[in-house]
Design a protein around this ligand. Structure first.
Ligand code: GYE
Length: 364
């Protein structure tokens, strides 16, 4: 997991060349006049100095940012997984005062309504930039138009939106479709290795938050490979919302319903951990060759440890470290430079053969 892939990127055609001095002068004058601004979102904890962390349904008084700092409003979709927590840390570690930022960070607790509220709050405070990880793909057009009308550039992080791309400046994230396809390609090779290429293979899927681009992308990617194999049968799929608790609940249900599951696809490690727990509870020996093949995504430390133990068979990496790229993109825009329309994070595929080389460096 290193760096970013800037290959195949399209330059943003109509970058306005944000002039920091001009825009900030106006905004900071307004900000100074407003000694205390009431946020629509609420405060859980206000970490020292630059990071203002808020979440739903309470009100906070906003402190004044130091002058000359770039004010960024960031709406994180929640804290449903270890991946998400690592992503939040990456953003906070990159958008520091030392790097020239005043960051207002909002946790939307997995609801689009909270995210829209937070974004509207950022617009009314006239921050310099808005960035957010969208919980679902649809439903952003109106609020993005509001940001555009307020002349505030928007950067999408992690998941994607289905809105018109002229409504945001750039996107920094992961190639979910490729991840899903990589999982399918790995499975077809594995079945070949096991001499099961022509056997009937029963598959179940634990989906991430339905309607999120990570769920949609991973499903489409996996389905494209699935469609090439007439003998692969998708028995069932259900929404596990990317959480361990839901993963366990759904998997228990599937185990009661089906006694011939060959492959379990979990769209993240947290759900895989829940699914493994359910299998254990149902008396499945996780170390035997008879257990279902388990495919997972994210490649968290715990995920990789389970790969090394032979419980998870393959873990497709999803890179949460988008903070440095977000910082770089904003600094580029401050200089008036063009930025790309999309930045893809680099990602790998981990099996027992290579997991041990990476496990110690995992931050999540
Ligand atoms: O896989 C999951 C998280 O959108 C890529 O969201 C992200 C996914 C990640 O909750 O663990």
């Amino acid at each position: 997991m290193t760096g970013l892939n800037k290959g195949n990127i399209k330059l943003f055609p109509d970058n306005k060349g944000w002039n920091a001095c001009k825009r900030n002068a106006v905004k900071k004058a307004i900000a100074l006049g407003t000694a205390f601004t009431l946020l629509t979102a609420s405060c859980i904890s206000c970490s020292p100095f630059n990071v203002e962390e808020t979440s739903s349904n309470m009100q906070i008084l906003e402190p004044e940012p130091a002058e000359n700092l770039i004010r960024v409003g960031f709406s994180q979709l929640g804290s449903e997984s270890k991946w998400r927590r690592a992503n939040s840390i990456s953003i906070k570690d990159a958008l520091t005062v030392d790097n020239g930022f005043f960051l207002q960070f909002n946790n939307a607790r997995q609801t689009q309504e909270n995210q829209i509220k937070a974004i509207r709050g950022f617009i009314s405070q006239q921050v310099d930039y808005i960035a957010f990880c969208p919980v679902t793909e649809d439903g952003w057009d109106t609020v993005l138009r509001e940001a555009k009308d307020a002349d505030i550039p928007v950067i999408i992080v992690d998941r994607q939106v289905s809105a018109d791309s002229s409504l945001y400046t750039t996107w920094i994230g992961e190639n979910m479709r490729q991840e899903g396809e990589n999982a399918g390609i790995w499975l077809s090779k594995k079945l070949e290795e096991l001499g099961k290429s022509h056997d009937k293979i029963n598959i179940i899927e634990l989906l991430g938050t339905r309607g999120s681009s990570s769920q949609i992308g991973r499903s489409i990617g996996f389905d494209t490979v699935c469609d090439k194999h007439q003998n692969w049968v998708l028995l069932d799929r259900d929404d596990g919302d990317f959480t361990t608790a839901k993963g366990q609940e759904i998997m228990s249900g599937f185990l009661e319903k089906y006694d011939d599951i060959d492959v379990v696809v979990c769209q993240n490690d947290d759900m895989a951990i829940g699914a493994v727990q359910a299998m254990q509870d149902a008396g499945i020996d996780l170390y035997s060759d008879e257990k279902p093949i388990i495919i997972s995504f994210d490649a968290s430390r715990q995920g990789l440890e389970m790969v090394m133990q032979g419980i998870i068979d393959v873990d497709v990496e999803c890179n949460p470290a988008s903070g440095p790229q977000l910082s770089e993109v904003i600094h580029e825009m401050e200089q008036g430079n063009q930025v790309a329309k999309a930045y893809f994070m680099n990602e790998e595929v981990f099996t027992r053969d290579n997991a041990s080389r990476f496990v110690d460096d995992r931050s999540y």
